[in-house]
Write a protein that binds this ligand. Structure first.
Ligand code: B12
Ligand code: SF4
Length: 301
């Protein structure tokens, strides 16, 4: 006998709240064609893994969904947001300068579909310009997270939203929120560097939580690099240190490191290198290898 899910069961399944983590495609411009990404967005994957673990631990029912518009384009996720607007609890946007315009478009679209979706923005563009973003994008982004060591802060904050039990806002590391009582109107909680060594190891299967990504990244890698095709490689990104060697040196009166590369986009973070210990670093490498990756892009600059 073939078992089928009844309509009511399906409706129940479908009602599960969704947390969508999205890397929007680069902001459209007339002179540049779309070029697909060849690596996953490790920041979103790190957040997704932490959130998934916390949901299981706390017995909270919600789906964590990963989507990379820089691989697949934004059309699909645009429709997904419209069709699932009443079950999307939180959308997290990963903002580089290059895709910041696309982050705004998607976030506006989400609010048009359902104003109670909580829009949260993070990554380097936001960390650099959080004051401006929060001031200019009222009604678009509700909250943001500034810095890298914000994974536990984000996880706890989303759990709070899902369970209707949000703690004092200034208790979430890295959270950026509006506060009319403060001088600038925006408060940025300090991040928590202690989290780095205890984060759960990335679960690369979450790349396929909404639609398949992993094989598509691999196809792009094979198309891009002859040696990947010839040597049967499968590449991914790992993180065994954060920050930059050059940030530990001398700084000017504004706190900008004197030796940083001219184009550096992560100066506002400005953190000196902090590494994982050797055992943890090997665990991170082993974790990627055990999940089928045999050529690793190490993020530390
Ligand atoms: C690996 C890497 C890549 C890879 C993978 C990119 C990807 N999709 O993730 C490749 C080679 C494909 C790449 C491409 C590009 N990159 Co790149 N890349 C890096 C690198 C070396 C590491 C990033 C990383 O994985 N870090 C580890 C993860 C865990 O940290 P993370 O991504 O920062 O995420 C953390 C926080 O930012 C935060 N966070 C991130 N997203 C979100 C979202 C939410 C909702 C929240 C709450 C928090 C949050 O939490 C995460 C957990 O700690 C950085 C430099 C560096 N050392 O950081 C440059 C860097 C991020 N890249 C940069 C740039 C410019 C690009 C490109 C735009 C280049 C280009 N012109 O095409 C493209 C954009 C691709 C895209 N649209 O996805 C700049 C960004 C500068 C800026 N102002 O935006 C950086 C900072 C380099 C630099 N010094 O200038 N990149
Ligand atoms: S671009 Fe990379 S290596 Fe250069 S200063 Fe910035 S973080 Fe350091």
């Amino acid at each position: 006998m073939v078992m089928s899910t009844s309509g009511a069961d399906r409706a129940l399944l479908d009602a599960t709240p969704q947390i969508l983590l999205v890397n929007p495609a680069s902001t459209a411009s007339s002179h540049k064609a779309f070029e697909p990404n060849i690596y996953p967005n490790l920041g979103l994957l790190t957040l997704a893994t932490s959130l998934q673990c916390a949901l299981r631990r706390s017995n909270v029912d919600a789906k964590v969904l990963y989507y990379d518009g820089a691989l697949l384009g934004d059309d699909f996720i645009h429709s997904h947001i419209a069709q699932n607007a009443d079950r999307l609890a939180v959308i997290g946007y990963s903002a580089y300068t290059l895709n910041y315009g696309a982050c705004i478009s998607l976030a506006r679209h989400a609010k048009d579909c359902n104003a109670s979706i909580v829009n949260v923005i993070g990554n380097d563009h936001f960390s650099a310009l959080y004051q401006e973003v929060m001031t200019r994008q009222q009604g678009v982004f509700d909250y943001g997270f500034c810095g890298n060591d914000v994974v536990e802060g984000f996880t706890e904050f989303v759990l709070g939203i899902l369970t209707g039990n949000i703690a004092k806002l200034n208790s979430y590391p890295g959270l950026v929120f509006r506060d009319s009582q403060s001088d600038s109107g925006v408060i940025c909680c300090p991040e928590n560097p202690a989290e780095f060594s205890r984060l759960p190891l990335p679960d690369y299967s979450l790349l396929d939580s909404l639609v398949p990504h992993a094989d598509q990244y691999h196809r792009e890698q094979r198309a891009f690099y002859a040696y990947v095709r010839e040597e049967g490689l499968r590449m991914t990104v790992i993180e065994i240190a954060r920050g930059c060697l050059k940030f530990s040196g001398r700084r000017n009166e504004s706190g900008i490191p004197l030796n940083a590369c001219d184009f550096c986009g992560i100066i506002p973070g400005g953190k000196a290198l902090s590494g994982q210990n050797a055992q943890r670093a090997w665990e991170i490498i082993r974790n990627a290898f055990d999940q089928g990756y045999n050529y690793l892009f190490v993020t530390a600059d």
